[in-house]
Write a new protein. Structure first.
Length: 234
């Protein structure tokens, strides 16, 4: 294993736009030297052993990357990130389009500040220990095309405001503790191709307007408490 801060990023590296160090054995924190790469657009550190254990570590991480004003892709999934995501997550560059934090050990509620990242088209928070509701921030991410919140401990109802995400094509909410009925607003998402709500505690009927989802190729509603509406075409 090698500490990522030992990566030789000198002045000659300042023009770097793409860094892919995925599937390695790097350990430690993300070094401050990444913050000097003002042209960086793509940073993939997936499948390593990088850490953020507490608020101080997270602030270190965000303060490092907020200087990368052109950053579009930040992939930190499948590392050893722990603790709560801080409110300051919203201080990451507004250019960010892909934020992948899945497969870590994140806990607590998703902060409202994440809603400031309005340019996101893909958000991956699956396979963590996140909890609480998803209201208050989800509706602000109107450009989302892919949302992965699967295999967490989210509770409450699926907010009807998710219907405001009109570009959404892939929605994974499976393996949580969502309850109540499936909002009709999901049936208005005309770009939706895959919808997985399985392994929750949803009840009631499948919204009849799901019959209008012409792009849908995958629909998984298993392991809930749904009942069939005999008048529905679903």
């Amino acid at each position: 294993m090698k500490v990522l801060s030992q990566l030789p990023l000198g002045n000659s590296s300042l023009g770097l736009r793409v860094i892919d160090l995925s599937y390695n054995n790097f350990i430690g924190q993300i070094p401050t030297s990444f913050g000097n790469l003002s042209n960086l657009t793509f940073l993939n550190l997936t499948y390593n052993h990088l850490v953020a254990r507490d608020d101080q570590d997270w602030e270190f991480l965000i303060n490092t990357l907020r200087n990368c004003k052109s950053l579009k892709v930040l992939a930190l999934d499948s590392n050893k990130l722990q603790g709560s995501i801080p409110q300051s997550i919203g201080n990451l560059p507004t250019s960010l389009q892909h934020l992948l934090l899945g497969g870590n050990s994140l806990s607590g509620q998703v902060p409202q500040g994440i809603g400031k990242l309005s340019g996101l088209i893909r958000l991956g928070l699956g396979e963590n220990y996140l909890s609480g509701t998803i209201e208050g921030w989800i509706e602000n991410l109107k450009n989302l095309q892919v949302l992965g919140l699967q295999s967490n401990n989210f509770t409450g109802q699926i907010p009807s405001s998710i219907g405001n995400l009109t570009q959404l094509a892939y929605l994974y909410l499976n393996g949580n503790e969502f309850e109540g009925s499936i909002p009709d607003s999901l049936g208005t998402l005309q770009h939706l191709q895959e919808l997985d709500l399985s392994y929750n505690s949803l009840n009631g009927h499948i919204p009849p307007n799901f019959a209008n989802l012409k792009q849908l190729t995958l629909l998984s509603l298993s392991h809930n408490d749904l009942v069939r509406n005999v008048a529905s075409r679903i």
